[in-house]
Design a protein around this ligand. Structure first.
Ligand SMILES: NC(=O)c1ccc[n+]([C@@H]2O[C@H](COP(=O)([O-])OP(=O)(O)OC[C@H]3O[C@@H](n4cnc5c(N)ncnc54)[C@H](OP(=O)(O)O)[C@@H]3O)[C@@H](O)[C@H]2O)c1
Length: 252
């Protein structure tokens, strides 16, 4: 048998945001490493399309809106009662909307913080429950380089992703006693529908400037999926509380 230290054979992994971009690429990537995928998103059609692209058998798809913070713990408990405990979560769901500080309002702030940070915290509370995680449990968040480098005009999003950096530092230690490792990847600009949307507000010149800030060029969803797979697999069994920059040199 070929030595594959990143094998996920026998592992069940929940991938949120599996209907698009990084989450979709991650679900497919993890299935190629042998994982059974529990794919989640809001859009039924794109969820069904993703399920058809996974390798192997036994995958499951569930629509769920992570903005319903008080429903997250009961949802995960019911899901695990049905399909068994998870070995990992790749939490890729997220929203991005650029607004300078003079244009924000409380509804916008709460919307972004709820979906990006609140959902991340409630997923951790659910995953740490004995019934919700099995052996080799690993929780991987998707933060952003926006959390770590100045992001004028994008401060609410940056704050929500900065909250994930802080959460990883705390949870990485707090959940050791539960047998759960917690880490995050921090991507810079990756070619997905989310960055396509961001691109529409930039002039050609400004977009070129953004591209030039990435010495290795813009990222592809698989570049992030590979880093998430590393943090889910036993290759990272001595790593918790870490932020892995996956950014083509953006922060170098
Ligand atoms: N692309 C980048 O340049 C970049 C850079 C740094 C970090 N990130 C982060 O990477 C993650 C993935 O981004 P992406 O570029 O792949 O974005 P994307 O293509 O827009 O996909 C976003 C995903 O999140 C899901 N989602 C959003 N709100 C949700 C909610 N309330 N409940 C459940 N699912 C929800 C969407 O599901 P539905 O479509 O089914 O509603 C979709 O699957 C995000 O956390 C983002 O902040 C992206």
């Amino acid at each position: 048998m070929t030595f594959n230290p990143m094998s996920l054979e026998g592992r069940t992994i929940l991938v949120t945001g599996a209907t698009s971009g990084i989450g979709k690429a991650t679900a497919i990537y993890l299935s190629k490493l042998g994982a059974r995928i529990v794919a989640s998103g809001r859009n039924e059609e794109r969820l069904a399309d993703l399920l058809g692209q996974l390798e192997g058998d036994g995958h499951v798809g569930r629509t769920f809106d992570l903005a319903q913070l008080d429903a997250i713990v009961p949802w995960l408990k019911a899901l695990c009662a049905e399909i068994g405990p998870l070995n990992g979560i790749a939490h890729c769901a997220g929203v991005q909307a650029t607004k300078p500080i003079q244009a924000i309002n409380p509804t916008f702030v709460m919307d972004v913080l709820t979906q990006n940070l609140g959902a991340s915290l409630m997923l951790a509370q659910a995953f740490r429950l004995k019934a919700c995680h099995g052996a080799n449990a690993s929780l991987v968040y998707v933060s952003s380089s926006a959390a770590l480098k100045t992001a004028p005009g994008n401060v609410v999003y940056a704050s929500s992703k900065g909250g994930i950096v802080s959460a990883v530092k705390g949870l990485g230690v707090e959940l050791v006693r539960d047998g759960v490792r917690v880490n995050a990847v921090a991507p810079a600009m990756v070619d997905t529908p989310m960055s396509d949307q961001f691109r529409t507000i930039l002039s050609e010149d400004n977009f070129k400037r953004v591209v030039d800030m990435h010495p290795l060029g813009l990222g592809q969803p698989d570049d992030v999926a590979a880093a998430i797979a590393f943090l889910l697999a036993d290759t990272s069994r001595w790593i918790t509380g870490s932020i892995l920059n996956v950014d083509g040199g953006f922060l170098a």
